[in-house]
Design a protein around this ligand. Sequence first.
Ligand code: FAD
Ligand code: AMP
Length: 483
Amino acid sequence: MSDKYDVVVVGSGPGGYVAAIRCAQLGLTTACVEQWEDAKDKAVLGGTCLNVGCIPSKALLDSSHKYIEAKEHFDVHGISTGKVAMDVKQMQARKDKIVMQLTGGIAGLFKANGVTSIRGHGKVLAGKKVEVTAADGKSSILDADNIIIAAGSQVINIPPAPVDNETIVDSTGALEFNAVPKRLGVIGAGVIGLELGSVWSRLGAEVVVLEALEDFLPAMDVQIAKETKKILTKQGLDIRLGCRVTGTEVTGAKKKSVKVSFSSGDEDSTETFDKLIVAVGRKPNSENLLSADCGVNMDERGFIFVDDYCATEAPGVFAIGDVVRGPMLAHKASEEGVMVAERIVGKKTAMNYDCIPNVIYTHPEVASVGKTEQELKAAGEDFKVGVFPFVASGRALAANDSDGMVKLIADSNTDRILGCHIVGPSAADLVQQIVIAMEFGSSSEDIALTVFGHPTLSEAVHEAALAANGHAIHIQNKRPRKK
Ligand code: FAD
Ligand code: AMP
């Protein structure tokens, strides 16, 4: 006998749990299958984001930011603290408590909404069935009218740097150090490498980031990426571009270290570290997920093929989040979950993939939405740019936090906002104002004519919009570009 549901969701990360809750809110009988269990055999909900991703990394970023503020930046305010010390175990315990609180919260939300939580590995079979295999090997079959695959992603390992979870770790291991390494190597100057490198650098590690590409954050706006690199370098991150890691050797018995070999142009070099973080990206969790005859297909890298509405090639089977195309971001996964749930009940919900914010939670934060200047140039678009540096913001100066800038880009002909790129204090929250503006199809003049509270960091967004039109008040305007 098999259990029957309107919807079976596979995976309980931000894609899956949000989809499951929205389905239940819409009156659909819903089950969510999750395979993750902790060392004590307890079911773990929340996926990468809550357990080993967004949330624990932000907890450590916030603790380490407070530490460095107290240690290095309180004196300008006239505050003396004596010796500032970090209890790494306490910092980790705080992080673990936040993770527990949030993952427990999902279990509560499932209960409150009537979502059935099922433990085990889910495999999608033909005929809209899901086979669930429990940890003890026993399996059962769920029948569904609709299936939502939200299996997420896992870290990529590279042969030159095999993770041993002691000296060479992945992003999960880098969230668990119980002491600050003296010398820390990071492979990959992507979002995760920069965030985790920043945590341990602030706490005193000497951090070297080895990045194979010649360009820093190539998907970001070039001007913002350049400024970000300058700021992070000033903070002490030793970012080495064009350095491809080719091998590692772990030595030592009690106190281990790792010698990392890398090539840079024609030159081969080595560096020795106490710990090495491998942060070279993530890949979809699509192994043993689909039966050969289930009608769902994936590309050679394991991403499930879906259309703009996350429908797979099998009717009634959807896939969302990190396991499908698009940026690997929690909010993208969640919004896809909502869209699919609503489409299942016949609503015409769609997602605007041109309006997904992207954030790096270094300090200052780096945040962007929409097109970059280099993308628009390459497409031959006619656009105007307004830039406002935080050093001209009264609020940023008052907060002793004035590194960075806001850059707003609008269409020269229609004035419609095409993108916004920020490195600076609270960039993640500031860029959201432009995400909303872009959703409403705003022009830069709409922002320019909006009243902003004073003194706020948001005024920098206002001034960037004014600057795009040559009207900025608190900086000298560039002469309008000649056409
Ligand atoms: P996941 O969160 O990966 O969840 C998938 C779930 O499915 C897992 O629980 C897994 O156990 C389960 N599962 C997989 N296969 C099966 C199966 N066959 N049967 C049953 N269960 C299965 N994103 C942001 O937007 N902001 C951030 O600040 C951010 N920080 C990050 C920091 C780090 C260190 C990392 C690693 C990632 C970060 N991300 C961040 C990315 C974010 O975590 C992911 O984009 C997001 O978790 C994807 O959600 P998802 O639901 O698609 O998948
Ligand atoms: P992201 O995918 O944004 O997390 O970034 C991962 C980064 O790791 C990319 O910028 C890759 O260029 C980089 N990378 C991948 N393999 C290597 C390697 N062997 N040595 C150095 N950097 C690498």
